[in-house]
Design a protein around this ligand. Structure first.
Ligand code: NZQ
Ligand code: ZN
Length: 387
């Protein structure tokens, strides 16, 4: 196990009606708020009204940034920055899923920065003194509610990139599982795959001696395997939604990656290319790519770790590591498709048309991956295998 510092300072307010603590929480950080949300779900569910009531009761002045779309575009970030500057906003409240939260973080980073916010994504600028951010999570998936990362798309350039800084970790996140009852089957399934994928990215590394991190990781994957299908069948099952919601945060707040190299993240980088070019849900792209990536990197050495995950979480009983790994990959793909996720790019109407460009773009800042290094040709191979 490597040396590490672990910091996960986000205050979690978990449970039913925790939105009632919103006003008091915000007042500890600011008084003029950017209230950021998506394309309408929070108005349908009534959460919007509850937030407005809290802000009004607490005497907090707020300005709205609405219409943030899935795979949020830099144009929403620029719009948010403008609203903040014009109104001396000192706190950003994100109410929604990963897209709303990521956009809000980019706004928070961009307000004190003199240049264009896309610079953060192009690694041309470092985050400095961002506005504080708080969140009310409505979809269990990305872990953005407890980490400092943000993933932003740029329609004009056809790119989707990530940036992050510990200073962007939310000051607080309100996690009321009831707020996820209305998430549809597709997004529930995609969210479950995303949580599992975050674990995989940090589990499949060349590190040794990280038994406790790996055991926590397996616990989270088992939670998703158990409760993903329950949430699909019974959307208002509190126990299932609660376990998925907490898994979302624990899977990507840094905990399971402690004591290791950064993680692999090649599959995420490749998926970001797919959803930059196509209207593709992040978790659906991962459901297609992760089994393919596992097949691609599988060899005698890597089989050991894949076999451990397969036996611990996917019901595989083979003693031989290579056989266990092969059966495990099949079981992982079957689990994802049992949730209603696609298994091939063809199913989501993606062809090989842009693979050359995607492969180059994915490797723009160097080779991908830690479990196995991948250059543009290997990325292209994986994309072709996923067709
Ligand atoms: O637009 P709204 O009205 O909010 O509707 C959303 C959207 O249509 C809807 N939704 C959210 N909560 C709902 C709901 N519908 C009904 N009831 C609710 N309670 O679901 C749709 C998808 O929302 P989105 O926020 O896009 O989903 P998700 O949370 O999966 O976020 C995906 C984005 O996060 C990035 C992805 O790449 C993608 O851009 N990621 C962010 C990460 C991070 N910051 O750490 C890591 C991830 O790996 C990921 O890359
Ligand atoms: Zn993800």
């Amino acid at each position: 196990m490597k040396n590490f510092n672990f910091i996960a300072p986000t205050k979690i307010l978990f449970g039913k009606n925790k939105v009632n603590e919103l006003g008091n929480e915000i007042k500890q950080h600011g008084t003029r708020v950017l209230f950021a949300y998506g394309t309408g779900s929070i108005k349908k569910t009534g959460l919007y009204d509850k937030v407005v009531e809290q802000l009004t009761q607490a005497g907090i002045e707020y300005f709205e940034l609405d219409g943030i779309k899935p795979n949020p575009d830099i144009s929403s970030v620029r719009e948010g920055i403008k609203i903040c500057r014009e109104n001396n906003v000192d706190f950003v409240l994100a109410v929604g899923g990963g897209s709303v939260i990521d956009c809000s973080k980019a706004v928070a980073a961009g307000v004190p920065y003199a240049g264009d916010a896309w610079d953060f994504l192009m690694r041309k600028a470092a985050v400095k003194n961002p506005l504080p951010v708080g969140t009310i999570l409505t979809l269990a998936a990305t872990g953005s509610e407890m980490n400092g990362n943000s993933v932003i798309s740029n329609k004009e350039t056809g790119e989707k990139r990530a940036f992050g800084d510990d200073s962007l970790r939310p000051k607080f996140s309100i996690l009321d599982p009831v707020n996820t009852f209305t998430v549809n089957k597709w997004q529930t399934a995609a969210g479950t795959v995303d949580i599992i994928s975050h674990i995989f990215e940090q589990y499949f590394t060349p590190d040794k001696g990280t038994f406790v991190q790996d055991a926590i990781a397996e616990g989270i994957v088992n939670t998703c395997v158990k409760y993903g299908p329950v949430a699909l069948e019974e959307p208002e099952n509190y126990e299932a939604r609660a376990n998925l919601m907490w898994s979302s945060s624990l899977a990507l707040n840094g905990l399971t990656g402690t004591g290791k190299i950064f993680g692999d993240w090649a599959t995420h980088d490749i998926e970001h290319e797919l959803s930059a070019y196509n209207d593709l849900t992040h978790g659906a792209g991962l459901a297609i790519l992760f089994p393919v990536w596992l097949e691609y990197v599988l060899d005698e050495i890597r089989a050991i770790k894949i076999a451990r995950m397969s036996r611990s979480c996917f019901g595989v009983t083979d003693d031989d590591d290579m056989q266990a790994a092969k059966n495990g990959i099949k079981a992982i793909r079957n689990f994802f498709t049992s949730l209603g996720m696609p298994a091939t790019l063809t199913e989501v109407n993606i062809t090989a048309e842009n693979f050359d460009h995607m492969a180059e773009s994915a490797c723009r800042f160097g080779p991908l991956g830690m479990f196995k290094k991948l250059g543009p040709q290997q990325v292209k191979d994986i994309l072709n295998m996923a067709l």
